[in-house]
Design a protein around this ligand. Structure first.
Ligand code: NAD
Ligand code: MG
Length: 396
């Protein structure tokens, strides 16, 4: 019998991380957890370690590591606890690892995900911000190492499933007219515009179809998530924003589509549950059980589609502009968005100010070419500093 694949789960305590561990636990002969990482909720990380007995765990601080190491020891486990970004990169690139699941939220995931790419691991990418920040460099690293990069984001996973195996030849060459990137429209799809001034973090995080982390939930409410996904799709499928149309589809049953020259449109459907794309990417090119219930088309009954309204969702326009501008612009967009979302969750700014702040900082920052990773981090740091200055002038 073949050995189980050794898996590192970056961001194991998050929504995608937990869904991944649920799928992995259904297939103990196929998959073995090699490392789990957490940033907060270290008691949950301990419980996950007890359940999956990884060889390594990674936490952000030395004090946290000491505590977790003692607790693991008391539980009779010999899991070794590593610290910080160095620890994350170590468990991503470790020679015994086969697959790295990149599910840290935000820019913090970039270095460990790239470490996995550079070490030639199979990388299952949920951490879209990493690709948005550094797309050109990230994809260069993928080509250089020849690694397998599979999208976990449900839309990109759907697009991948609707494309033939030779899609890297170029979407034009294989007869693709455009990608139809679906979006639920989030919780504020029909909220009267003046009320958006007063929506709370709790309302923004109450997504109608998906249960997710708080940052991506706010991004879904502002549709910045779709903007980041537009940029993500450009890199993953080597295409341009002009070839991607965003389609609001409130039921979240179709996870995206590919429109071919002959008029055929291929779609991937399923219940809105991340375990489907996770199971798909883990087992690809095979198929495994994910724990997701079969799709009941009779209870869904209808599928609706609408064009997005960019006056309601200015973040979508800003992301499209940043994608078209290229260079440093997507990294600035991402950095300011991360600061803005945190400020909104902390009730320091109102919901519409997320877009306002991103717009202003993007206008302040000239677009520059970024040809190395350190330049990306410099752009990221400068944009965050400008965003914090904006907050000190405007926030509550
Ligand atoms: P989450 O907030 O639930 O979990 C984030 C994980 O990252 C946690 O394990 C947390 O401990 C860790 N983390 C946070 N900050 C960190 C830091 N500075 N250093 C190291 N680790 C850190 O988020 P999520 O919803 O699971 O999303 C994770 C990623 O997957 C995001 O990039 C998101 O856009 C993407 N994604 C999520 C979903 C979903 O359904 N939740 C779907 C598609 C894509
Ligand atoms: Mg998505």
């Amino acid at each position: 019998m073949t050995q189980p694949q050794q898996i590192t789960v970056l961001g194991a305590t998050g929504s995608v991380g937990l869904s991944t561990l649920d799928v992995i636990a259904r297939h103990p002969s196929r998959y073995k957890v090699f490392a789990l990482t957490g940033f907060t909720r270290l008691d949950e990380l301990l419980a996950l370690c007890v359940r999956h007995a990884p060889q390594f765990a990674v936490v952000p601080t030395t004090a946290g590591a000491r505590q977790l190491q003692d607790d693991l020891h008391a539980a009779g486990l010999d899991t070794r606890v590593l610290v910080g970004e160095g620890g994350l990169c170590e468990v991503s690139a470790h020679p015994l690892v086969d697959t790295v699941l990149a599910a840290i939220v935000g820019a913090a995931g970039l270095r460990p995900t790239l470490a996995a790419v550079e070490a030639g691991k199979k990388v299952l990418l949920a951490n879209k911000e990493a690709l948005v920040m550094s797309g050109a460099l990230f994809m260069q690293a993928v080509r250089r190492s020849g690694t397998v990069l599979l999208p976990l984001d449900s839309e990109h996973n759907a697009i991948f499933q609707c494309l033939p195996g030779n899609y890297a030849d170029g979407l034009g060459a294989i007869g693709v007219r455009r990608i139809l990137l679906t979006a639920s429209g989030g919780p504020f799809r029909e909220t009267p515009l003046p009320q958006l001034e007063h929506v709370s973090p709790e309302q923004a995080c109450a997504h109608p179809n998906w249960s997710m982390g708080r940052k991506i939930s706010v991004d879904s409410a502002s549709m910045m998530n779709k903007g980041l996904e537009l940029i993500e799709a450009c890199w993953l499928f080597d295409t341009t924003p002009a070839h991607i149309e965003v389609v609001i589809h409130p039921q979240s049953v179709i996870h995206s589509m590919v429109d071919y020259l002959d008029g055929s449109v291929l779609a991937q459907l399923g219940n809105p549950d991340m375990r489907t794309p996770i199971a798909h990417a883990l087992a690809w090119p095979e198929r495994i059980e994910s724990g997701v219930a079969p799709l009941d088309l009779f209870s869904i009954a209808r599928l609706d589609f609408q064009a997005p309204d960019e006056s309601r969702f200015p973040c979508l326009r800003l992301a499209r502009q940043a994608a078209q501008a290229g260079g440093s612009a997507p990294a600035v967009l991402n950095a300011v968005n991360e600061i803005a979302v945190t400020a909104f969750l902390d009730r320091r700014i109102r919901f519409p100010e997320i877009a306002g702040m991103i717009d202003e900082v993007l206008n302040l920052e000239p677009v520059v070419a970024v040809s190395e990773l350190e330049a990306v981090f410099e752009v990221d740091a400068k944009a965050r500093a400008l965003a914090r200055q904006w907050l000190s002038r405007n926030a509550r």
